[in-house]
Design a protein around this ligand. Structure first.
Ligand code: FDA
Length: 303
């Protein structure tokens, strides 16, 4: 029954007034401004966590928008460096032009990576939906010759085990996550346990291959598989980090930090919050009740 209600609320999410979506999704986004993101980063740094900042926006179709996003990344990188906070940046390739022209994305990413490099900062390119997988892998490989740049691979994609092999040839730092977009069964695993096993296999291949792994999950089963691999291979703590999203499972976050693991929180900010926020709401197990309580003007349930 509750799965049915969840599906109903997901289907009607576009009808929920944006102010309500914004209110219930506010835990996932640092705020509209760079200052808000830096404030959030200060709180996380006080907990012992690192951060990666994302300027919200994606699937951009106009060149001038990509330039505006690139410039906001340059300001973000300078501000992080000036603050001394333990943070870097994550960039969505379509926000800097991948859907318009791969050469434009390469040009914008080169500027972002050059600025980051001048501060000794790492840049990660997020992975979006499957029409962009190959172009994103190629973009990272092209940038890797000159910059400290990392990739993301999704455990639900059947091609990821082979892609990680390509990235390992250049020892690219890879963030391994389950994947959030809706993909066809021809190219993506659909069974939850299969995705978890593939997540474990990707972490294993990356670490055994001698490269740095960013283990991005809030799923205890994935965390446990990664810890078992780290233990079995005797991987030192500076060869991997856990990563979690802002607003998700602070208890797991604290337990990993308390155990001495490096942990980085994804800190998105900006005015284009809608697409990111609705993806997060859809994967929140208590999303239906959270939205319904807000629509009905009731206080949020504790979570
Ligand atoms: P799962 O979804 O099974 O969640 C495990 C548990 O975590 C849930 O049972 C719940 O308790 C909690 N939880 C998870 N999401 C929640 C939410 N939104 N609200 C409340 N509780 C929640 N994907 C992608 O395709 N490309 C990318 O570049 C990235 N980048 C990225 C960076 C980082 C730092 C993280 C942590 C994740 C991503 N992702 C991503 C998203 C990723 O693919 C995946 O969709 C989410 O991490 C959720 O998967 P879990 O492994 O957490 O498992």
């Amino acid at each position: 029954m509750s799965a049915l209600i969840d599906r109903l609320v997901v289907a009607t999410l576009p009808l929920v007034p944006k102010p309500i979506v914004k209110a219930v999704a506010s835990r996932y986004v640092a705020g509209d401004t760079l200052e808000a993101a830096l404030d959030k980063m200060r709180v996380l740094a006080a907990e012992g966590a690192m951060g990666t900042m994302d300027v919200l926006g994606e699937s951009v179709t106009h060149r001038d928008q990509t330039v505006a996003t690139r410039d906001q990344y340059l300001r973000t990188i300078d501000a992080i460096a000036a603050s001394g906070l333990p943070a870097n940046v994550s960039v969505k390739p379509t926000a800097v032009g991948l859907a318009i022209d791969p050469a434009l994305a390469l040009e914008n990413c080169t500027e972002i990576c050059s600025r980051a490099q001048s501060h000794g900062m790492f840049v990660r390119l997020d992975m979006e939906d499957s029409p962009y997988t190959e172009a994103t892998v190629k973009l990272v490989l092209a940038l890797k010759d000159r910059f400290e740049v990392g990739a993301v691979l999704q455990a639900y994609l059947k091609r990821s085990l082979s892609d990680i092999g390509r990235l390992l040839e250049k020892k690219v730092n890879v963030r391994i996550c389950k994947g959030i977009y809706v993909e066809p069964r021809t190219i993506a695993w659909k069974d939850r346990q299969t995705i978890i096993r593939n997540f474990g296999a990707l972490v294993d291949k990356q670490l055994a291959g001698g490269a740095y792994a960013a283990i991005a999950t809030h799923d205890e089963a994935c965390v446990q598989l990664a810890l078992a691999t780290i233990d079995r291979l005797g991987i030192p703590k500076d060869r991997y980090e856990f990563q979690m999203l802002l607003g998700v499972d602070p208890v797991l976050r604290k337990s990993l930090l308390d155990a001495g693991h490096r942990l980085r929180v994804y800190v998105p900010y900006g005015k284009d919050w809608y697409a990111y926020s609705t993806r997060r709401l859809k994967e929140n197990p208590s999303m239906a009740s959270t939205i319904l309580r807000s629509v009905l003007g009731m206080a949020p349930a504790t979570s």
